[in-house]
Design a protein around this ligand. Structure first.
Ligand SMILES: [Cu+2]
Length: 156
């Protein structure tokens, strides 16, 4: 596993300026522009969003996530009923080859539970993602406006 992670790290360097600074990679899976929303004091949950693009030829799965900023991180999907959207825990997020999987408001997301303190706009939230094939990768999610519905505009 260590060796796979190291090779994956090298491949990011080899891509050079083709990748955004706020993108990450776990083997074949590109983790594109992770983001979350600022929270108010006392709030205990937060959602994290990103795009996961499996650029390889074999399916992968996001199995779990963790962050030092919260007691737990659940993988959530959204179930749309006639009058509301409900969140539902899923065991894994499937990443078919060649497909962009969006984690976005109203759909799949990471759910932080037991938030230890407010997330402040302009800071970076550290997370560790674990993929079935891609292994573990450390990422950061940009903390943006509390009411944001899309990732922050790229400022570079
Ligand atoms: Cu949720």
């Amino acid at each position: 596993m260590r060796r796979v992670m190291f090779i994956a790290g090298l491949s990011v360097l080899a891509l050079g300026s083709a990748a955004w600074a706020d993108d990450f990679r776990a083997y074949d899976v590109e983790i594109i522009q992770p983001w979350t929303r600022a929270t108010a004091p006392g709030e205990t949950t937060a959602m994290v969003f990103m795009k996961l693009d499996n650029t390889g030829g074999i399916a992968d799965r996001l199995l779990r996530a963790s962050t030092p900023a919260a007691d737990g991180v659940e993988l959530h999907g959204a179930v749309v009923t006639t009058d509301e959207i409900k969140m539902e825990a899923v065991k894994a997020i499937e990443l078919p080859p060649g497909i962009d999987v969006m984690l976005q408001p109203g759909g799949l997301h990471l759910m932080l539970t037991g938030l230890k303190g407010p997330l402040e706009k302009g800071t970076e939230l550290p997370l560790t993602l674990t993929f079935e094939r891609g292994g573990m990768v450390d990422i950061t999610a940009e903390v943006t406006d509390p009411g944001a519905t899309e990732p922050p505009a790229d400022d570079d």
